[in-house]
Design a protein around this ligand. Structure first.
Ligand code: HEM
Length: 196
């Protein structure tokens, strides 16, 4: 599916709120994360490997969420069954996110969409994009905790490339930093601006 055809995927949409984080602040955050030009190049390299494997990666991640009821409940309307339509709609955007992590430049449009994704995990905007009545909020603790599985589970897919171990390691390090950067920016939606 082309990105523009993914329901609810609003990357670059003019109506999005501006991120509370400025590009200068982002640069400082990237320095704190030791995320530099080498990582950007390694993410591009990883994108060529992970893009074609997105469905298999999503199978792993959805298997993980699905096997933990305290996570799956975010997709379940009170008293109901897991909402297949919601799961599928989010899955399409999640697949695009894998590519976006690897390929999108960290400019204002990227920053604004990170803020939007943060909001979509919270009371401010969860459920609205897909018009569902699942729980209204995802706890920040789980968003932060999932950085580890979302990072660790990527390594076997990078190894599948057959590239030398040093290349796999460099791509994996870059992926780890990028996921942590995303979760950090999403935390702005949970935090008073003066504390973030
Ligand atoms: C590092 C951790 C996480 C990552 C990388 C991640 C990634 C994503 C992405 C890419 C989207 C789609 C954004 C879009 O609309 O374009 C999304 C939405 C969503 N995620 Fe997460 N997520 C994380 C943590 C969690 C946790 C802990 C839960 C709880 C089980 C969760 C449940 C959801 C739900 C329910 C949506 C749909 C929100 C809506 O109604 O719009 N996510 N996530």
């Amino acid at each position: 599916m082309s990105a523009s055809a993914i329901p609810g995927y609003a990357y670059g949409a003019p109506a999005l709120a501006r991120s509370p984080v400025t590009l200068d602040e982002l640069a400082l955050l990237e320095r704190a994360l030791l995320l530099g030009d080498d990582d950007r190049a390694r993410l591009k390299q990883a994108g060529a490997i992970l893009g074609p494997r997105a469905e298999a990666i999503l199978d792993v991640w959805y298997g993980f969420v699905g096997s933990h009821p305290f996570l799956l409940e975010s997709f379940v309307a009170p008293g109901g069954e897991p909402d297949g339509r919601y799961l599928a709609a989010v899955r399409a955007r999640f697949g695009q996110w894998i590519l976006d992590v690897c390929e999108r430049p960290h400019d204002q449009a990227w920053l604004d969409y990170q803020h939007e994704i943060g909001l979509r995990h919270t009371r401010a905007k969860k459920n609205r994009t897909d018009g569902v009545s699942a729980p209204a909020h995802i706890r920040l603790r789980y968003v932060l905790a999932l950085v580890y599985p979302i990072t660790a589970t990527i390594r076997p897919f990078l190894e599948e490339s057959g590239l030398p171990a040093a290349d796999v390691e460099a791509m994996h390090q870059a992926w780890s930093k990028a996921v942590l950067l995303h979760a950090t920016l999403w935390a702005a939606a949970y935090t008073a601006p003066e504390d973030f």
